[in-house]
Design a protein around this ligand. Structure first.
Ligand SMILES: *[C@@H]1O[C@H](CO)[C@@H](O)[C@H](O)[C@H]1NC(C)=O
Ligand SMILES: *[C@@H]1O[C@H](CO)[C@@H](O)[C@H](O)[C@H]1NC(C)=O
Ligand SMILES: *[C@@H]1O[C@H](CO)[C@@H](O)[C@H](O)[C@H]1NC(C)=O
Length: 397
């Protein structure tokens, strides 16, 4: 009895396997045979129309980009479909106000103003540079520190220069620091600081500034502008630490760690404080609130934007792939989306403490020697902590 049962199971398995193989062959044929592709996989016009008319705005825009960038797979017939789909793809200049937005988002008028603003300019990725340092990477950096800052944060930048962001040769490796800035506009109630900023740029030669309004939702703009700048002006840097101006970075520990990485492992190297299984917050009161009409779906694993470390080669690949990912209002999630499109998953490293360390350890010099990055620290705290890192007498064994 048992034997026949086993036999029956065995034969069933064989039959299932055969069916599976046939199915795979069929799929393969459909994929390779373009006429088959045309008949089998290209949806009808009607289908696309309903697709374009429903769904959250971001997801629809992304679908369009996906079609454009995979267009080789589409035949002449589907090109028509594509043209139809793109017929109303907004103004030809992506930096012009996108008039379609209020029409395509049913609850546009009730969205918070920062969303309306973000959505109207979501396609714009180029802003003129006001301050550049085109030769800052002339001597190939081992580590580039790219720090997101705001115009008024003079003291934070100075504290970083005096502590963990010292440019030059450090632990025998070339370190370069740049601060990434937008503009502080009178419309946002900033006093006029541009002349002081120009002076600071002349004094230290480490500021990069673009002409866009430096708000939370424009941080993704800052990200893509940095990727662009990097591929033009610093493409040979070995590693990049991207972080905020309120983190403390243990530059020594990071350089020692990077010294130990094999070249073959550097290709996909990306570490930080990784957030997994997250999705959009739907509570209007939260900073990270995203309306249903804007985005639906899960977030890919991403590194908290306070600070993460990656290889220069990967920055170049992110620059390439970012052209295929629609801007998302939260910059660290956006970087996660780009990584996902590259087929990569960022790795968690316990040395990155973007949610701080336990209170009882915050005055412990030896604990800080083992860390790579901790958030958040004031300029005064940075000046207090830095000597703990570099003090030669301190014995932490
Ligand atoms: C720096 O490099 C020089 C020469 O390559 C070497 O002699 C020296 O020990 C290194 N110093 C450190 C701190 O690694
Ligand atoms: C981003 O910057 C652009 C250019 O200054 C501005 O028009 C837009 O309103 C800003 N967006 C947000 C969400 O602040
Ligand atoms: C970026 O894309 C261009 C053109 O598609 C390609 O030539 C280049 O090798 C790519 N660079 C990287 C780093 O992937």
């Amino acid at each position: 009895m048992l034997l026949t049962c086993r036999k029956a199971a065995f034969y069933t398995m064989i039959v299932l396997n055969v069916f599976f193989c046939l199915w795979m062959c069929l799929l393969w044929k459909l994929r390779t045979d373009t006429s088959g592709l045309q008949r089998g996989l290209v949806p009808t016009k009607k289908f696309w129309h309903t697709q374009t008319l429903t769904g959250p705005f971001w997801n629809k825009e992304q679908k369009q980009l996906d079609i454009i960038h995979n267009s080789i797979e589409y035949s002449a017939n589907s090109l028509e479909v594509l043209q139809d789909l793109l017929k109303d793809s907004g103004p030809t200049d992506p930096c012009e106000l996108d008039y379609r937005v209020p029409l395509q988002i049913p609850d546009y008028n009730t969205l918070p103003e920062r969303f309306q603003d973000f959505l109207l300019y979501m396609r714009c990725r180029t802003y003129p540079m006001l301050i550049n340092q085109p030769r800052i990477c002339e001597e190939k950096p081992f580590l580039l520190l790219a720090i997101k800052s705001l115009v008024p944060h003079f003291d934070r930048r100075q504290a970083i220069r005096e502590t963990w962001g010292q440019a030059g040769v450090f632990a025998n490796q070339t370190v370069v620091v740049v601060f990434l800035l937008g503009t502080a506009l009178p419309a946002d109630n900033f006093p006029s600081l541009q002349e002081m900023l120009k002076y600071e740029a002349k004094l230290h030669g480490d500021l990069l500034q673009w002409d866009f309004r430096d708000t939370f939702f424009n941080l993704t703009v800052k990200e893509v502008l940095f990727l662009d700048w990097f591929s033009k002006h610093c493409p040979h840097a070995m590693y990049v630490l991207k972080g905020d101006d309120d983190v403390f970075v243990n530059t020594l520990r990071i350089i020692n760690f990077l010294d130990g990485i094999l070249e073959s492992d550097a290709r996909d190297f990306f570490i930080g404080d990784i957030i997994s299984n997250a999705g959009p917050h739907r509570d209007q009161r939260l900073k990270y609130y995203i309306p249903q009409s804007v985005f639906e779906g899960e977030y890919p694993p991403y590194a908290g934007g306070g600070g993460y470390l990656l290889s220069g080669g990967l920055v170049l690949r992110l620059h390439n792939i970012s052209q295929q990912v629609v801007l998302y209002p939260i910059d660290d999630v956006y970087t996660g989306m780009c990584l996902k499109k590259l087929g990569l998953v960022p790795r968690r490293h316990v040395g990155f403490k973007t949610f701080d360390i336990e209170k009882k350890y915050r005055d412990n010099p030896c604990i800080h020697r083992g860390l790579m990055l901790v958030h958040s620290r004031t300029p005064q705290e940075m000046l207090k902590i830095w000597p703990w890192i570099v003090h030669p007498e301190l014995n932490c064994q």
